[in-house]
Design a protein around this ligand. Structure first.
Ligand code: ADP
Ligand code: XUL
Length: 541
């Protein structure tokens, strides 16, 4: 008893549930509900609602809770007695907002287990859909808020990040500007994480410091709502936001709805949910300096643990609260898996054949360089998607495949330089970390070992580990993050990919060339062609 903990990750394309046995350090059960496939009634594409305007990306909050019920239903059907679970926590795709009216608390307090959650909560939504992190339609609002806060440097100093199109504050401002009466009807604005945890505890749950930092609304030092940021965003906003809390807080026990419907214990503790990146930080065991993780999910993210607060002066990266109570750095790329899929699909390949072509192509791509902005990009900021190719065209299979992967990894190295510490090793996670060829390129570009886990779902695992830590801490205050990481993470590293240091030297040169290409296309700087010719002569003639 007291050994089973649940972690749930409500992410962009799917909802994953993981059950851990703390005593054995094992994952006992794992399941994923894929929104497009398992909930076709919502007509999503990659978990989002198709929109003619590619800058507008929303999803359906009711779909997330239907996915939650489907996951619980299947879990119950697996034969495991759910009464044995001691604590649960979770992870949500970051930045996405859910808008609820005054009826929400009452509906939550009186949920009828004979009906579905979605049919009951539907009536509380003051906005039918939720803008998510892929939305890039709030450039004007970003400028307005940044200006009101006194410019980029001040905005970064106050909130830990420059204003970003996908961040909740600019999204809330746009909603207020476009639909004032719906904004007025809105009583509470939740993040994906706090929305689902509210449903689990049957009352409004707080937002944790990890996810709160992704809103441009929380003061990154005091970890309280910042009145200047609230005023710059929308009127009366403080009254519409839940409170903020430490990530390890137990926010309540499970609501009777879940006890009656699925057989959970009335004692089941719900630990504050957080964002997927803060959860992954724990799920890959990044609890000390020098370690960095790359998550290759729908988004690609590069993140690391920070003992002390440190911001990116250029404003491309972010600082969030870490679940350990410290900080974390994060850089997020929108052209992650879906951009890789574009190349894979246009040539009619599966991942196996994609990898075979990748491994046969020459490192350095014979000087062929891609800037892969298939979708609007976050880092560097590109609002109008366009793919740039230097030295090849869209028909060259091999150059396109190597081109996109090298570009994505070089961009990570280029735009993570503000973190200053060069990583000593990189942990790889997310769906595409299954691809060893991609991980080899990461090892070569960064010149360090890449560790790959047999569990790509680090966000759900991190959530389950957080649930265990919060559950045990009152009785065993000495239980450290290291103890938990040893039990789950170290045991599950299955592959260490070593860098080829000769190729690393070549990639140091290619990094300079890549930067020149970016400067040329995005900042009107000098033509990179002479340097590209030099690079080709040096390495390929
Ligand atoms: P999220 O949690 O953001 O919903 P995941 O971490 O589950 O996403 O990753 C899903 C993505 O993983 C898919 O979009 C797919 O493109 C990618 N993927 C799965 N297997 C491979 C592979 N072998 N090589 C490259 N990408 C892969
Ligand atoms: C992070 C970000 C994404 C989402 C979805 O800032 O926008 O990584 O959390 O995974």
């Amino acid at each position: 008893m007291d050994r089973y903990f649940l972690g749930i990750d409500a992410s962009t394309q799917s909802l994953t549930l993981i059950l851990i046995d703390y005593n054995e350090g094992e994952i006992l059960y794992k399941d994923s509900v894929n929104y497009d496939k398992d909930l076709p009634q919502y007509h999503t594409q990659n978990g989002t609602i198709p929109n003619e305007d590619e800058k507008i990306v929303h999803s359906n909050p009711l779909m997330w809770i239907d996915a939650l019920e489907m996951a619980f239903e299947r879990f119950k059907g697996s034969g495991f007695d759910l009464i044995q679970v001691s604590a649960i926590s979770g992870s949500g795709q970051q930045h996405g907002t859910v808008y609820l009216d005054t009826t929400f608390p009452d509906i939550l307090a009186n949920l009828d287990p004979k009906k579905s959650l979605s049919s009951q909560i539907r009536n509380s939504l003051s906005r039918e859909t939720s803008p998510i992190w892929m939305d890039s339609s709030t450039n004007n609002q970003c400028e307005e808020i940044r200006k009101a806060l006194g410019g980029r440097a001040r905005t970064i100093e106050i909130t830990g990040s420059d204003t970003f199109e996908r961040f909740s504050g600019p999204q809330i401002r746009k909603f207020w500007q476009e639909d004032k009466s719906a904004y007025q009807r809105t009583d509470t604005i939740h993040l994906v994480s706090s929305f689902i945890s509210s449903i689990l505890v049957g009352k409004n749950a707080p937002i944790d410091h990890g996810d709160g930092a992704g809103m441009n609304l929380m003061n990154i030092e005091t970890r309280k709502w910042d009145q200047r940021a609230l005023d710059a965003t929308a009127p009366n906003l403080k009254n519409k936001l839940p409170s903020l809390t430490l990530s390890h807080t137990i926010v309540g026990t499970i609501s009777p709805y879940f006890i009656q419907k699925y057989g959970f214990s009335p004692k089941l503790k719900v630990v504050a949910w957080s964002g997927d990146n803060p959860n992954s930080l724990i799920g890959v065991g990044l609890i000390s300096k020098g370690k960095v993780a790359i998550s290759l999910g729908t988004s690609d993210t590069y993140f690391g643990y920070l003992k002390n607060l440190k911001v990116d002066p250029k404003g491309e990266g972010h600082v969030f609260g870490a679940p350990t109570g410290d900080y974390m750095s994060l850089i997020c790329y929108k052209n992650g898996s879906l951009a890789r899929e574009k190349i894979k699909d246009v040539f009619g390949l599966d991942w196996d054949s994609f990898s075979k072509i990748l491994v046969k192509s020459k490192p350095g791509n014979e000087g062929k360089i891609m800037l892969p902005y298939f979708f609007p990009e976050i880092v560097p900021l590109v609002l109008k998607p366009q793919v740039y190719r230097f030295g090849f065209d869209e028909n060259d299979i091999s150059a396109n495949i190597r081109g996109i992967i090298e570009a994505q990894v070089l961009s990570m190295r280029l735009h993570s330089q503000w973190i200053a510490e060069h990583p000593q090793e990189i942990y790889a996670t997310g769906g595409a970390s299954a691809n060893k060829e991609i991980l080899q390129i990461i090892a070569n570009v960064f010149g360090v070992n890449v560790k790959k886990f047999d569990i790509p779902d680090s966000a759900a695992l991190g959530a389950a580990m957080r649930a265990a830590k919060s559950y045990y801490t009152p009785e065993e205050p000495k239980l450290s993050w290291e103890d938990i990481a040893m039990k789950f993470v170290d045991k599950h590293t299955i592959n260490i990919i070593h860098p080829n240091m000769d190729l690393h030297e070549m990639y140091n040169d290619l990094l300079l060339l890549y930067e020149k290409c970016e400067d040329f296309v995005l900042r009107n700087k000098e033509d990179p062609e002479p340097l590209r010719k030099e690079f080709m002569v040096k390495y390929f003639e």
